[in-house]
Design a binder for this molecule. Sequence first.
Ligand code: ATP
Length: 258
Amino acid sequence: MSGNIIEVRGLRTQFGRHVVHDGLDLDLRRGEILGVVGGSGTGKSVLLRTIVGLNRPTAGTVRVFGEDVAALSGPAREALERRWGVMFQGGALFSSLTVRENVEVPLRAVPDLSPEARQGLAELKVSMAGLPWSANDKYPSDLSGGMRKRAGLARALALDPEILFLDEPTAGLDPIGADAFDRLIVELRDALDLSVFLVTHDLDTLHACCDRIAVLAENKVLVSGTMAEMLRVDHPWVHEYFHGPRARAAMATGRAKE
Ligand SMILES: Nc1ncnc2c1ncn2[C@@H]1O[C@H](COP(=O)(O)OP(=O)(O)OP(=O)(O)O)[C@@H](O)[C@H]1O
């Protein structure tokens, strides 16, 4: 296998007559943080859901660790799914469970794990996601938006994934909270040797975190590369996105990687 741990080739995604992706190719390289950007409705979240097998491709293939996701079922599929963690927009937490219990949910699939060990592991992930100890016993409705995101991150980390999928992790956070979340993503990638697929609209996040960026437009990955490469792309939407007023503000914050 190449250094790509995700390979999407010729992906077509269609809902009725609505074509979302057509001939989409994308790679995630081992150890990188890939930022996936694009206008609203270009299919970023659908792409994430398709890669993790929640949406079946109309055509094309999605390979993760060399395995064709759509072709797997049963224990083989479950084994593959244990190698990634997903933080959905809004956290997607169970409202009737505490934070600790939410993080314990994926751990219930691990055989021979005692309830005490499961609880201890969940508490470790809660702390790795930057939440205080007191958050363990709280319900999602008792948490701020930023804390709910961190709880969602803790659950995504529950099974020691190799790939972390993040869907708009900083959306709705204040700038200081977003900045802290960006730093946490990089720290976790470095400490845990993760590869990260990160859907975002946040230009600051792209500057602070991402090794490469993939731009979704015209139903496919129009371009991908480093921020420096994106700045040279001569396409109207890409140019406006990376050179517009918000982009200039993001570059001026001094958080740029390059
Ligand atoms: N299950 C579904 N059935 C029908 N259409 C869907 C379904 N899921 C997504 N879509 C459509 O696919 C398109 C892409 O949606 P998606 O949520 O991936 O966009 P996005 O790029 O993540 O947008 P945003 O940046 O606004 O979150 C949208 O037009 C959406 O309405």
